[in-house]
Design a protein around this ligand. Structure first.
Ligand code: NDP
Length: 285
């Protein structure tokens, strides 16, 4: 068997086109475009690259983008004050604090300072709590993208056994919550899980968010299972690989996300979804 490829680039393209249409319609209602502010402290090159990507993405779909760049030695109080100002600005719909912050700053404190209704990364504990209770919330972009890949490819989830490998607050845990909301029967695996292979072989859906190239191999996958690989690992040769051994698993799985070109491209498109939802729900309240 050769698995169906769940194409993240194609889906991201589709999601961006949808976002562009929705943003144009919303701008008529609001009298302005939905707007995102990214707060960055210092000039970490990877962060600056990501911020540029998000800026271009917003511009390409008609959303307003603003970049607040603070010096590397900015104190926590200055960061908090900027976030509080943005919280109070009616014309700001989404706030994203770019991580990692310089070592002297407290990332948890910065995230807690964001109005949870403008938390378009879905990282505020109120959003995590709402998600854990199965209530409407802003969901972190990466797992939201994973779910979108499953849904739009017609993968049935209700009543099926799903495993999520990884329990981080940003990927693994919310992915497990989303699968549970979709009525899958969910097992969360982590570094202390005994007999990972045996657990995964039971499952029709396997989602992996660990950060270890080749952790999941063909012998761990039930024939026909759907495999979602969130792993993003840069090899010594500069190539990007996932956590799943793609070459062997593609022969066993029913469907699989490639790396690159799977969950990664969809993640940024889901940020637009959160921005639109935030602008819409704030305008309605
Ligand atoms: P974290 O390091 O925060 O979490 C990794 C998780 O993997 C932990 O829960 C850890 O368990 C678990 N783990 C580690 N080793 C093993 C093992 N041998 N067997 C089973 N579980 C293990 O990572 P993130 O969740 O932030 O990221 C995970 C991956 O996803 C990375 O490659 C990252 O680059 C990628 N990523 C991709 C995104 C995308 O857009 N596609 C966006 C964000 C991240 P424990 O809790 O016990 O330590």
């Amino acid at each position: 068997m050769t698995a169906t490829i769940l194409d993240g680039r194609a889906l991201a393209h589709e999601l961006k086109a949808e976002a562009q249409t929705e943003i144009a319609a919303l701008a008529k209602v609001l009298g302005r475009a939905p707007s995102l502010v990214v707060v960055q402290v210092g000039n970490d090159p990877a962060s600056s690259r990501y911020v540029r990507t998000i800026g271009k993405l917003c511009n390409s779909v008609g959303a307003t983008f603003h970049h607040e760049l603070l010096p590397t030695d900015a104190p926590q109080e200055e960061l908090r004050a900027i976030i509080h100002t943005l919280n109070g600005e009616q014309a700001v719909d989404g706030i994203l604090v770019q991580l990692p912050l310089p070592a002297h700053l407290d990332a948890t404190g910065a995230i807690l300072a964001i109005d949870y209704q403008k938390d378009v990364d879905g990282v505020h504990p109120i959003n995590a709590g709402l998600l854990a209770q199965g209530r409407p919330s802003i969901v972190p972009n990466t797992p939201a993208g994973g779910m979108e890949l499953l849904r739009r490819n017609g993968v049935a989830l209700r009543g099926r056994r799903a495993a999520v490998v990884g329990r981080s607050a940003i990927v693994g845990r919310p992915m497990a919550q989303l699968l549970l909301q979709a009525d899958a029967t969910v097992t969360i695996c982590h570094s202390r899980t005994a007999e990972l292979a045996a657990v995964l072989r039971e499952c029709e859906i396997v989602c992996v968010a660990v950060g270890r190239p080749g952790l999941v191999t063909a012998e761990m996958i039930r024939p026909g299972a759907v495999v979602v690989d969130f792993g993003t690992n840069v090899c010594a040769d500069g190539n990007l690989v996932g956590d799943v051994d793609f070459a062997s698993v593609v022969e066993v799985a029913g469907a699989i996300t490639p790396v690159p070109g799977g969950t990664g491209p969809v993640t940024n498109a889901m940020l637009l979804r959160n921005l639109i939802d935030s602008a819409r729900s704030r305008s309605a309240s």
